[in-house]
Design a protein around this ligand. Structure first.
Ligand SMILES: Cc1ncc(COP(=O)(O)O)c(C=O)c1O
Length: 371
């Protein structure tokens, strides 16, 4: 490590300081009313978040992983049902398919946008396929027209994994409003992040919303009345109150991320060997991750670490190649784009409070990489 000041990958404390008095007041209000589990703060946030996404219902839960599990359970996934999802995502997207009783079918990702490769999608549909989970990875929407066309043709449901894509848009329409349901994570580092774990599902389908809420709350909405066996996956009052405060800033934070991303791209595209993020037509990317590609990624990441720049790799091993999926015996040739990308991608520091000097510092560090 050099003695240069570190440019952090994210700075959650800077975000807290920028809204400290509102956060502190919100926490105090919850403590004063002891509304720790569900209660008015959770109900208010559910309404606010449904409105922000443009969906009729929001079912909050403990995290974005449970959100996927609850959504698939609510849709009645049955043993042996096949669900197609992105080969390059966080393991939550695929592990929950198995947990809900389904079989994971991986689809390669697009080489440039890292979202599900719609040119291959339909070839994976079998008589056992019931649904598709596109992931709006890094904050860039998947090609939802193409996903929805395959889904409509084969009568499949679509759950959008929006964990990294709060407020992202496809053809002027917000992600989370295309599929029958969409799942969100409010993990602290997400574009809308709690101060602990939190998640939600949105849907326009009232029946599905009810089934999901019941399942997430021990199988019943009223204590002592359990219609089914469920799980305990609740958003707590403190997180809900914090999320309500932060939601008011989400639009301006998103704009800030987009501005920082343009500054990065304008400068980095002049540096040999760096491939800046490619934004497909009609997509509004919200840059949860600012992910570049480089042929010598590991050397570059090492150089950046020595220069005091924190980076992250999202994700270094695509899902089919993880030991967790060894049982499928997948080969690199089946997922050529995900396989090629996994060793080339690196995510640079990206957070709304990032200063111009910090962007400049990252760019200079990359420019000084002996290429
Ligand atoms: C694409 C994706 N899906 C699902 C999740 C799961 O969310 P959580 O960490 O809140 O369980 C994440 C979060 O890391 C994610 O990035």
């Amino acid at each position: 490590m050099s003695n240069k000041p570190t440019i952090p990958y994210a700075d959650l404390y800077a975000q807290y300081l920028s809204i400290k008095s509102d956060i502190d007041a919100a926490i105090e209000e919850v403590i004063k009313s002891s509304a720790f589990i569900r209660g008015p703060f959770v109900e208010r946030f559910e309404k606010e978040f449904a409105n922000a996404v443009g969906a009729r219902h929001c079912v909050s839960c403990a995290n974005g992983t449970d959100a996927l599990y609850i959504a698939m359970t609510g849709l009645g996934l049955a043993p042996g049902d096949e669900v197609i999802t992105s080969a390059h995502s966080w393991i939550a997207t695929s592990e929950t398919i198995t947990q809900a009783g389904g079989r994971v079918i991986f689809c390669d990702t697009d080489r440039d946008t890292f979202t599900i490769d719609c040119a291959r999608l339909e070839s994976l549909v079998t008589p056992r396929t019931v649904g598709i989970i596109p992931v709006h990875l890094a904050g860039q929407p998947a090609d939802m027209d193409a996903v929805m066309a395959v889904a409509a043709k084969h009568k499949l449901w679509v759950i959008e994994d929006c964990a990294q894509a709060h407020l992202a848009q496809y053809k002027g329409r917000q992600v989370g409003t295309f599929g029958v349901a969409a799942t969100f994570s409010f993990y602290p580092g997400k574009n809308l992040g709690a101060m602990g774990d939190a998640g939600a599902i949105v849907t326009d389908d009232a029946g599905l919303a009810r089934r999901m809420a019941i399942f997430a709350r021990h199988g019943g909405l009223t204590k002592g009345e359990h219609e089914i066996e469920g799980i305990n996956s609740r958003l707590d009052g403190l997180q809900a109150a914090i999320l309500s405060v932060k939601l008011r800033h989400l639009h301006s934070w998103t704009q800030a991320r987009r501005r920082l991303a343009s500054e990065y791209s304008e400068r980095l595209q002049r540096i040999d060997g760096v491939q800046v993020p490619v934004i497909a037509a009609d997509r509004e990317h919200v840059f949860h991750l600012y992910m570049i590609k480089h042929e010598r990624r590991d050397d570059l990441a090492g150089h950046l670490a020595r220069s005091g720049v924190q980076t992250s790799i999202n994700y270094p091993v695509a899902l089919p190649f993880l030991p967790a999926y060894r049982r499928f015996g997948h080969r690199p040739e089946e997922f050529p784009n995900a396989f090629a990308n996994q060793s080339r991608i690196v995510s640079l520091p990206m957070f709304a409070e990032m200063t111009a000097a910090q962007v400049q510092g990252v760019v200079q560090a990359i420019a000084s990489f002996p290429g």
